[in-house]
Every structure is written in C-alpha cells, then in structure tokens.
Design a protein around this ligand. Structure first.
Ligand SMILES: C[S@@+](CC[C@H](N)C(=O)[O-])C[C@H]1O[C@@H](n2cnc3c(N)ncnc32)[C@H](O)[C@@H]1O
Length: 356
C-alpha cells in the first residue's frame, strides 16, 4: 500500500480528490481517495508499491490548483506518549528512503489544528536531534523534506516530500502580514498571487517601476494598492469609491465605468481583475485582453459559488488554453487556490511570444 497526504482548504476536499484522481489516472496509476468534509486534508491510496512516490515526482506541483501541500506517506502513528512523542515516531521514520534536509511540523488547516501549533513548534528540535542521531538529517542536497502532520496530541501522519516539487511553506500556507495602509484585505490575494504564480525571474522582469496597469473591479483599492507599492501607474475601473489616500498617491486614475466594456487607449503591461462575476465571463474577458494586445500579463480571480467547482475551473482553463492555441500564441497559464482565496481561485495568463 502506498499513499499521499494532501493539504487543502477546508471545504475543498472534493475538488482536491477530483484533481489528484485526474492526475493519477493520466499517469495510469490506480488509486482511491479518502476525505472527510471540512477536514482540510485528503488521503490518496494505491495498492501499487511506489505509486505515491511516483505521483509526487511526476505531477508538477505548480500545476495543481486545489492541492496546497502534499507528502508521500510513511504511516499514521497513533498513541504518541505525551512524554516522548519523537521516540514513538522513530520506527516509522526508519522507512525514509534517505536523509532529509528539512522538517515541517504541520496540522490540517482547521480550528482544531490551530490548537496544535504550539506543540508543533516544541517538537521540531527533538525531532531534528533524533534524525541526526540516526544519520537521517543534515544533507542539504537530499532534495527531500520530512513532514509530520499532527491530527491531535497523540496521532500524526508522517511522510516525505520532494523539496522542489511541493509547496515551499509548511502546509502550503503563505503567511503574509496585512499591510497597514492597504484599503482592503483582498490586497493579500494579489500579493500572494504575485509570489506564487510568478517565479523570481518573472517577478523581476514583469514587475518594474513605471509599468502601466488596469485594475478592473478595483474598489476600494486593495489590488491597486499592491501595484502602487510597486510604483505602477494604475487605471482603477469601478463604479464604487476608491480609497482617498490611494488616489492621492498620484499614480492612480479612477474611472467609474463597466469593467467588461472598458478598453484602454494604449496597451498596458498588466490587467488585474477581481470582479464578482461568472467565472466563464471573467475567463473570456482575460482572453480578450490578451488577444487584443491590450495587456501582456493578467491576474484574475474566478469566483466559485457553484457546486461543481472543479469542473468549472477546468472548463475555464480549457477555454483559455483553447483560445490562446487557436491564435497560435505562446502563453503561460497558471492557476491556484491561494491561501488568501476563499470560494475562489486565482489565475495568471501571459503572452510569451518573443516578438510581442
Ligand atoms: C471583490 S471587490 C474588489 C476588491 C478589490 N480587488 C480590492 O482589493 O479592494 C469587487 C469589485 O468589483 C466591482 N465590480 C463588479 N462588477 C463590475 C463591473 N462590471 N465593472 C466594474 N466594476 C465591477 C464592484 O463594484 C466591487 O467594487
């Protein structure tokens, strides 16, 4: 038996199951999932030995939307004694295929899980010491990280993840401080999107001071604020009121107009969109901006109030890929349910053609 532990947003277990099963099937790996509603995790199990390891190596983590973090399961350890939980984990840790270069102590992202965070912190040092004693820690080239996910004070799933094909953060949670001065909490969504959907090089090349952006559905201005912080000039399109301090920055032009009808008089570098609308309409709008050459990069949010959320996201992504391919465009499309997303996912679409 081999398995994978998968973290997701509580309430999105079904989407996570659909996603992992689709990827497993595409690799010809037979398996099934176990998931409890609102548990914030999913287990994938396969009777094929090595299947979990293969899946975690061959499916690109950055292509997963609802999977926040994952690791190959070594086992579930129960009855951890209060006095020495680490000693009780050692026989399971013996199953590690080699040394690890880091250890993440995690919990499912639920209220019950949050109560365990202090215990998680207290276990890290003894765990590292115990791993060092058995020569399972210390190599910084192993490319493997240990995960211990506590379900309670006495039970934990233990496993390992490929460092370069998993989330860089414990539980896949990007912890961002709410910036004083930003007009809405939504600001964190764009901040996280730029961190997760773009790599370091892309951020350097595509987020340069003086760039031009359009923010559709901008009010009160959390996303515009992020762009202004990066010294962008922003046209903020929304019938609602924008934050006064943001307008006073001199970098924002507020236009009370319909985001679906607005057309820029000149091409801009970026279009971002957080309008609450049917996902397919937003996907169509993003395509239109790229097709018309109105922008080169776009980040947009797809709201998912419907039942079949996974199918809806897939439909939108197929629609976008199909349109880009039809035009013969080189493009990059990435999509993720970010930590700061709720009933929604965020996507990045960019035209890559060299001559563009
Ligand atoms: C979720 S809020 C945006 C929050 C914003 N991103 C922020 O960080 O402060 C959605 C906004 O979209 C605007 N909106 C909805 N439909 C619109 C449309 N057709 N044209 C322009 N704005 C629209 C609403 O007025 C609302 O202010």
């Amino acid at each position: 038996m081999s398995g994978i532990f998968i973290h997701c947003r509580a309430g999105f277990e079904k989407e996570c199951v659909a996603e992992i099963q689709q990827h497993a099937a595409s690799l010809g790996i037979a398996g099934y999932c176990k998931a409890k509603p609102d548990s914030a995790y999913v287990l994938f199990e396969s009777y094929e030995p090595g299947a979990a390891d293969e899946l975690c190596r061959r499916v690109r983590f950055d292509q997963l939307i609802f999977v926040r973090q994952w690791f190959v399961l070594l086992g579930l350890v129960r009855d951890l004694p209060v006095g020495d939980r680490v000693a009780a984990m050692m026989s399971t840790l013996a199953g590690l295929p080699g040394p690890v270069d880091d250890v993440y102590l995690e919990t499912p992202d639920t209220n019950a899980g949050k109560q365990l965070s202090k215990l998680c912190r207290s276990l890290k040092t003894p765990l590292l010491r115990a791993l060092t004693d058995v020569a399972r820690y210390g190599s910084d080239v192993s490319g493997r990280r240990l995960h211990v996910c506590l379900l309670s004070g006495s039970a934990a799933y233990i496993g390992y993840a490929p460092t370069h094909n998993s989330a860089a953060q414990p539980m896949g949670i990007v912890r961002l401080r709410f910036p004083g001065g930003a007009p809405s909490r939504s600001t964190l969504k764009l901040d996280e999107a730029l961190l997760i959907l773009l790599d370091v090089g892309e951020r350097e090349r595509y987020l340069r001071p003086g760039m031009q952006a359009v923010d559709l559905g901008a009010a009160p201005g959390g996303w515009t604020w992020q762009l202004v912080q990066r010294h962008f000039h922003v046209t903020a399109v929304d019938n609602g009121a924008m934050d006064d301090k943001l307008l006073a920055s001199g970098l924002v032009h507020h236009l009370r107009a319909d985001g679906f009808r607005f057309q820029p008089s000149q091409a801009v570098d970026w279009m971002v969109c957080d309008m609450v609308e049917q996902p397919a309409r937003i996907a169509d709008l993003a395509c239109r901006w790229i097709e018309q050459g109105w922008c080169r990069h776009t980040i947009f949010n797809l709201k998912l109030p419907m039942n079949k959320r996974y199918a809806e996201v897939q439909r939108c992504l197929h629609l976008i890929s199909g349109r880009m391919q039809q035009r013969g465009f080189g493009f990059r499309l990435a999509c993720k349910q970010l930590y700061h997303d709720r009933e929604e996912v965020t996507a990045y679409l960019a035209r890559l053609d060299a001559e563009y």
